[in-house]
Design a protein around this ligand. Sequence first.
Ligand SMILES: *Cc1c(COP(=O)(O)O)cnc(C)c1O
Length: 767
Amino acid sequence: MSTIIDVENTYTSGVYGKRPVAIVRGKGALLWDAEGREYIDCAAGHGVANIGHGRPEIAAALAAQAQRLITCPEIVYNDVRAQLLQRLIEITPEGLTHAFLCNSGTEAVEGALKFARLATGRTGIVATLRGFHGRSMGALSTTWEKSYREPFAPLIPDVKHIRYNDLAAAEAAITEQTAAIIIELVQAEGGVHVPQADYLAGLAALCRERGALLIVDEIQTGFGRTGALFACNHYNLQPDILCLAKSLAGGVPMGAICLGQRVMESGRITKGAHGSTFGGNPLACAASLATIDIFEREQLAPRAAALSTQVFERLRSWRSPLIREVRGQGLLIGIELTKRVQPYLEALCERGVLALPAGPTVLRLLPPLVISEEQINRALDIVADVLGIQETVETTQIDNPESESITPEVALLQSMLTISSLSGQEHSLAHYLAEQARSMGLHASVDEVGNFVASTHEDSTNTQPVVLLGHMDTVPGNIPVRIENGILHGRGAVDAKGPLAAFICATARLAQHGLPERPVVVVGAVEEEAATSKGARGVVNRYQPSACIIGEPSSSEGVTIGYKGRLLVEGCVSLPSSHSAGPERSSNEIAAHFWEQVRQHAATWNAEHAGNSAFASLQPSLRSINSTQDGMENQTHFLIGYRLPPGIEIAELRHQLQAWAYADEITLTIYGEEQPFQSNRSTPVARAFMKAIRGTGGKVTFKNKTGTSDMNVVGPVWGENIVAYGPGDSRLDHTPEEQISVAEYTHAIEVLEVVLSELTAQREITL
Ligand SMILES: *Cc1c(COP(=O)(O)O)cnc(C)c1O
């Protein structure tokens, strides 16, 4: 660590006062230094890390966007930028209709001042005592702190500072020459001062009356910090210009200036008025979109509000001559001391809490909004201790036995569950997995159909590898990701991110013991759930595997050797309208007759072939039937889904269906055909599983499934040395209770590691 500090001290400009700590890593509200010491982060990068550190969603969004397009100045349009502009206007306070994108808070303020002068044709700017708005010449002119401003005089002319929360002062200062007043909604750097609601309402009215604009600087208070997405929301305040930055893009540098009607209607914000090379770059826009998703999904603003109530209740119970006042809103927390704060900040740092000052005597706590109750209580314990507070109230210590036992392998699956990946939208997850697989020592990339592909060897296409084919996509329906009592909850835990994560971990473990003789390829396919099977179809002709394992839940002691096939039959009967009392059959009766023939045929087939076995039986189901009449025509539409057993002649079945349809003038569409596929328990891969599961003390069950999987797609081409395997209870597929036992997931990785070392040891093909 000392070398990092020495090198920085040698080459840095020297404008920053730093604590003697070199931070190298972060996760959530925790940070670690180069020596592995843990810190609770109560600074959050001055409010940049509201969503916490090390977020896989941001890493995935950045990785995916970096592969597509990083830079794209605003001489042309861009898809990601268009999306972000729209999202920003949707989530920011009412009345803001347009936005200019830039790269920092200072730039947002600088642009806001320019737009205000341009839109009003006036020069006067009013700012507030203790306000902080940044350090470039324009922004600095509005910042209050003398030591920041004076060395750089003369600054821009026509800027006045008035008392905050003082409406009379504003009435005196805002005139017909005033372009704008700029305020923070909680003065953060200046000591954590909260505004009065009537002050803000009065100020907004005053601005409107005098033709001046209201610029609200929410660079620090925005994005959930005060317990609302924007502090404006607490007061129903509609600024004319809103400045955003800090948490806007989850840690990536970005700023935004949102503009309201009064600015736009001036007609003066025209081409060439302002600009920025990096402004609105797709990389920052992608990070920002992912950040906004997180705010919505995890409801971080209400979370901050709830935690805030507990924190302030505790702080306000502290009695000490050292504490003058406790102030703040949400998780923007200020403790004003009667002494200088600097020595206490140093003591906190030594005790593992990173906190901030706000002026010379205020201790400011600005934790990530994802901080756990346990972590913030631990931080407050240390603050109390350092300030010498004797606490009178018992604090609730929630112990969380899970938190210390999360292994990197469990963390991988947990992160995968937080990245949404519906069919056709697996992009972010694919890039995230490629990145993770590389960090685990595998070769990894995203292929041309969008599949994630990782391999022990650089090139595996011509070598008859062992292929582990899982899938990335899940069905819709968000399930909050959490670990409780050894159970990991989340959409995809079972189907099929659990099996896919186990594939990646087992392959990485294998590779760590040296390169196996035969390569192992892990594929995370796209669109398995979509019935198009695009991912599996993309790889079926690329590899000639010696063995294949499909990633589907079978429980860690179960092995699936067969899947039924599928056929979908859509029919339509149209008849000219006639009186229902007439002798002719209606379209509904014709459709019902068709269904009756289908049922009879299946019953006969089953009596001859299947007996009572569900797997061996032909199972039609009437999925929908509905009719319409418009006075001209009566129509009946129906959809029948078949589960096809092994041994069924699909061509014959199609032929029979068409013949019935022809006789009754039904229009038929037959699609979604998947052949059934069944292997057996004496293949090398099945035997390897038997041995491995028994070796770990388990009892093997072989299963046949009545649904379909990618085995139906690749099995007919790759042959019978194939099984499906993965942790999880497949009855939880597609349910709101989707969850996986951490112990079972870990067991599956052990089993797979043994199976892979067995299958890769032989150079010769064993079939
Ligand atoms: C941090 C901050 C700024 C300056 O933002 P930078 O990104 O550091 O340029 C401006 N205004 C407020 C209220 C801030 O907290």
